[in-house]
Design a protein around this ligand. Sequence first.
Ligand code: MG
Ligand code: ZN
Length: 386
Amino acid sequence: MNKLLPLMFLFVAFGLSAQENYKTLHPVSEYKNPSLHKLADIQRPVRFSERPKNIILLIGDGMGLAHLYAGYTANKGTLNIFQMPFTGFSITYSQSSYITDSGAGATAIACGTKTFNGAIGVDANSKPVTSILERAEAKSLSTGLVSTSAITHATPASFIAHVSDRASYEDIALEFLKTDIDVVIGGGLDHFNKRADGRVLCDELKAKGYNMAYNMDDAMKLPAKKMVALTAPLHNGKVDERGNMLPMATEKAIDVLSKNKRGFFLMVEGSQIDWGAHQNDVEYVISETLDFDQAVGKALDFASKDKNTLVIVTADHETGGLAIVGGNIADGQVKASFNTTNHTAVMVPVFAYGPGAQLFTGVYQNTDIFTKMMELLMLSAVVPVK
Ligand code: MG
Ligand code: ZN
């Protein structure tokens, strides 16, 4: 009997929880979108080239399926991203962990290598691995990075830098001088100018021929030539502070890069979807997702006219274990709850539009996104890391 008692207790407890399990286990927040955004008009039939000349890769940091569906609901049943006809799923675990961080996640996409959490553009042995951006540059394509975080932060950094520790921001900033990247728009000015080594990298960039800007208004006025715009000392503010910085920066970057007839590679990051989810803040998540979707709209607008451009939208991982537990599409109202303040292991969606988009269907490793982009841009030749 003594042995059975705990067992009986378990049955009783289980029975109770089974009765209660229709209730939400975590706090629920409600969000109603105050404004709608219009979609890019890409529904008309477009005859794409056989192979893309340009790739625009947009990464929503931490953006899982629930984040997107929350955005879709808040925007009353429309998203640019949901107009993209080819969809797949990316498996995101890293070399060191079932749950990746943004360094290993972005390195997988940028360089095709599963590596340890915290790594930026290096493999599991801390050896530098060449990124798609560097390979594109070596083939005389134009290249660009745009981000709402510091441009030295893990996601954009993985496309240009090679360091074992994602927190080595000043080292990461130095790597921008070692490449011929054409467009850089993001925060992180202090990592370039307020440095332990006393160097003023913005002066060095200027000497290298870059036009410089320190806010979005000035950045938009720069000629369509090599440019670096560092729009915040560290990270840009939330969307209600920074305004439409990300869609504008995406448009500007495309404008500059598309002058190159050989083609271009551009990575655009919506960094703060992840931060909203870390903070379990539904409003922060949705407003950043909708802002990111507007940047995607700029890319789709261009691609539908250009016909030589592949647009890919994905995430490095999911953040927050977000669940949508109620809502109303007609009202743009979402009820959601989080399971964790951290990243989760669940695979993330991939959306593609343009020539080669059909390659992105199915379920595959995050590193395969790199491989598919490489094949499409015919960048398979190995290029040494500078
Ligand atoms: Mg990021
Ligand atoms: Zn995160």
